[in-house]
Design a protein around this ligand. Structure first.
Ligand code: C2O
Ligand code: CU
Ligand code: CU
Length: 515
């Protein structure tokens, strides 16, 4: 039986908007059209059963703002062999006072560090990481976006039990320099482990990087949702539906830090959207961004003149930022991104993520900034398609069971560890069509490779992708079909999923077996 998801969503909203705490005018507007949908339903009790009640949250001022932007802590390489990186990552609870009043919060962290330490290696390096799981749950480390063999990629089938340990070993191929990250991926526990603090950074450097002389800045955007008592707040129904967004939008785990811009007037920013769900629309008034890289590294040539940067959850980019003329202090803000949120969505506002202080910049330096190199890297377009796959994202809701009956589906099905959804042949060029037939945006991700976006189709109009780039994330808007090309280079089982982690947890994930 096929159920019209839109009709379902509307009746769902109608139920919600009868609750006293539903304030959204949109939801109320929907209600007037949908009163009839109330008939024949199980009523409020059934609806709300199982949904966590909203917890009282700490006020945004509970975490102090304005400290100098912290540099990311680096994971120290304990190997003395050239071309080898060896280290230990231990996931464990750690208590830290992030609130101004000294209240402690118990996070789960890699090596007691928030965010997890930065791993920096070169293309061609061999990486050996011993993972120690001192969490009270099974876990894995997934190397998001990296071209590592399936059995080293921390997928849900290879969970390390609580108290256990294992080695991850892989050798990075040539031409994979880029901006990656790592996070847990155990079955149905990924979202929780990430929102408790488990996520770290991974940079693969190129032997010859044409932008290496520009001072580099690392900005990791992540979310934190704290209850008034300082504990990590559980998900409420809104989080389960739309993906969790905390009241704190952090940068390198700090609230509104101060970035002292380089005296030379130009910086290269690597930006990670490490949020569970929050999309970013970054603006730095007066400044222009030049996009130079995506998830999988540099573009062929720079894309100058951008005034905003939109990033879906889990995306990474590299941009060159030139100081605006005569600027003193400017806030980097993120504006709300319309992504089809459902239910009682509170009014959203722009958030100042950090302050940028340009006072050190010398005006004569600004005038003397050289042109950026126009050839950054060679990207070969993937060739003739040898196989095709079609992925349909959809939602379904049953009115009876509360939040746990809300489903986010791939090709009409919920994720099943025992089901292989697709098979692929190693080294074949595949065209994947991702059709978003739901009411929300979903950022698509697939493990083990970088892909090329070919085109997007909306309302019957096909828009060829203007940018030839390597990515492991692409947003799919509600009603949109996105076509990508990819080649799997390793055998084994790979996951693909929506990277709103609550949706992934709720079933919006599939498996492809490469042989
Ligand atoms: Cu960022 Cu399946 O992962
Ligand atoms: Cu991944
Ligand atoms: Cu999603």
């Amino acid at each position: 039986m096929s159920i019209n998801p839109l009709a379902q969503r509307r009746s769902f909203l109608a139920v919600l908007s009868t609750l006293p705490w539903v304030g959204s005018t949109w939801a109320q507007g929907m209600m007037s059209n949908n009163m009839s949908a109330m008939q024949g339903m199980g009523g409020m009790a059934g609806m709300m059963h199982g949904a966590a009640a909203s917890t009282a949250l700490a006020p945004v001022q509970a975490i102090a703002a304005g400290a100098p932007l912290a540099e990311l802590k680096k994971l120290v390489n304990t190997s003395i062999q050239p071309g080898q990186f060896r280290a230990t990552l231990r996931a464990a609870p750690v208590s830290a006072a992030v609130m101004q009043d000294g209240t402690h919060t118990v996070f789960w962290a890699y090596n007691d560090s928030l965010p997890g330490p930065l791993i920096e290696v070169m293309e061609g390096d061999t990486v050996e990481i011993e993972f120690i799981n001192d969490l009270p749950q099974p876990s894995t480390i997934h190397w998001h976006g990296l071209p590592v063999p399936a059995e080293q990629d921390g997928n849900p089938h290879d969970a390390v039990p609580a108290g256990g340990r294992r080695w991850y070993r892989f050798t990075l191929p040539p031409d994979c320099a880029g901006t990656y990250w790592y996070h847990p991926h155990p079955h149905e526990l990924t979202a929780e482990q990430v929102f408790r603090g488990l996520a770290g950074l991974f940079i693969v450097r190129a032997k010859n990087d044409p932008l290496k002389d520009i001072p580099e800045r690392h900005l990791v955007f992540s979310d934190l949702k704290l209850a008034a008592d300082g504990s990590i707040a559980p998900n409420d129904m809104n989080d389960e539906m739309n993906g969790r967004e905390g009241q704190f939008a952090l940068v390198n785990a700090q609230r509104q830090p101060l970035l002292n811009f380089a005296a030379g007037g130009r910086e290269r920013w690597r930006i990670w959207n490490a949020n569970s769900a929050r999309y970013l629309k970054l603006k730095l008034p007066g400044a222009r961004f030049t996009l130079v890289g995506t998830d999988g590294g540099l573009l062929q040539k720079p894309v100058p003149g951008l005034t905003e940067l939109v990033m879906a959850a889990a995306e990474r980019i590299e941009v060159i930022v030139d100081a605006p003329q005569g600027a003193a202090r400017v806030g980097l803000v993120t504006e709300p991104v319309e992504r089809g949120k459902m239910g009682m969505v509170p009014q959203e506002h722009a958030i100042t993520l950090l302050e940028v202080d340009f006072s050190a910049v010398k005006p004569d330096q600004l005038a003397a900034l050289p042109q950026l190199p126009q050839a950054l890297r060679r990207i070969e377009p993937l060739g003739t398609v040898q196989a095709k796959k079609r992925v349909v994202f959809s939602e379904s809701m049953s009115m009876a069971g509360g939040v746990h009956s809300m489903k986010f589906l791939v090709n009409g099905k919920s994720f099943d560890m025992k089901r292989v959804d697709f098979t692929s042949k190693i080294n074949e060029v595949e065209l994947w069509e991702i059709a978003n037939e739901s009411d929300m945006d979903h950022p698509f991700h697939i493990h083990g490779i970088q892909f090329q976006v070919i085109e997007r189709e909306r309302d019957g109009k096909v828009i060829p992708e203007p940018l030839l780039a390597w990515r492991d994330m692409v947003n799919t808007q509600s009603g949109e079909t996105v076509r990508i090309k990819l080649v799997q280079r390793h055998k084994g089982l790979r996951m693909f999923h929506c990277h709103i982690l609550e949706h992934e947890n709720a079933g919006m994930m599939g498996q492809v077996l490469v042989d």
